[in-house]
Write a protein of this length. Structure first.
Length: 153
C-alpha cells in the first residue's frame, strides 16, 4: 500500500467475526478532512486483501463500500448508498473463496461519492470465523480479477 493509499485506509488487519445477518463496519473516512479528496483525482479503486482465511459462513457474505452525507450512516438520513460491492446477498462469497492471499479490486465511481465513506462486511445468515482483511481506496487495483461496480440508482 502506497502512502496516498494509507490515508484512505478502511481496514488494517480487521477481524470480521459478525453475528448472523449483521455488519462489521470499518473506519469512516471523511473525504473533506485532511485533503483526502485532493488525493482522489483520476481513477480510484476499492482494494481488499484477505490476510487470514474465513471459516463458517455456510450462506456466505459480501463486502460493500457505502457513501453518505451523514457520518452516522443511518439509513435514510444522509443519502446512504452502496457504490461498490464484492459479492452480494443473491451471489455471496463463501469461505472457500476467502482464503489467505485472495485480493479483490473494484472501480469506485467518484461522481456519486458523498462526504463520508465506509466499508461493510455483511454475513448473509451465519457468522464468519477467522476472516481477517485489509481494505483501502487506492490509485491502482491490486488484483487483475476486477469486480464490476454497482451502477448508481
Amino acid at each position: 500500500m502506497a502512502f496516498l493509499d494509507s490515508i484512505l485506509e478502511l481496514w488494517d488487519g480487521q477481524a470480521l467475526t459478525t453475528t448472523e445477518e449483521s455488519r462489521t463496519n470499518g473506519n469512516i473516512l471523511d473525504l473533506e478532512a485532511s485533503g483526502r479528496v485532493d488525493n482522489m483525482l483520476g481513477e480510484v479503486w476499492l482494494n481488499i486483501n484477505v490476510s487470514v482465511a474465513a471459516g463458517g459462513m455456510a450462506s456466505g457474505g459480501y463486502f460493500q463500500l457505502v457513501t453518505s452525507d451523514s457520518a452516522t450512516f443511518v439509513t435514510g438520513t444522509g443519502g446512504e448508498q452502496a457504490i461498490a460491492v464484492v459479492g452480494s446477498a443473491a451471489d455471496p462469497l463463501f469461505a472457500a473463496q476467502l482464503t489467505a492471499g485472495v485480493k479483490f479490486s473494484v472501480a469506485v465511481p467518484l461522481r456519486i461519492l458523498h462526504r463520508y465513506v465506509e466499508i461493510e462486511f455483511v454475513a448473509v445468515s451465519e457468522a464468519a470465523t477467522g476472516l481477517t482483511v485489509d481494505a483501502w481506496l487506492g490509485k491502482e487495483p491490486i488484483s487483475q480479477s476486477l469486480v464490476t461496480q454497482l451502477e448508481p440508482n
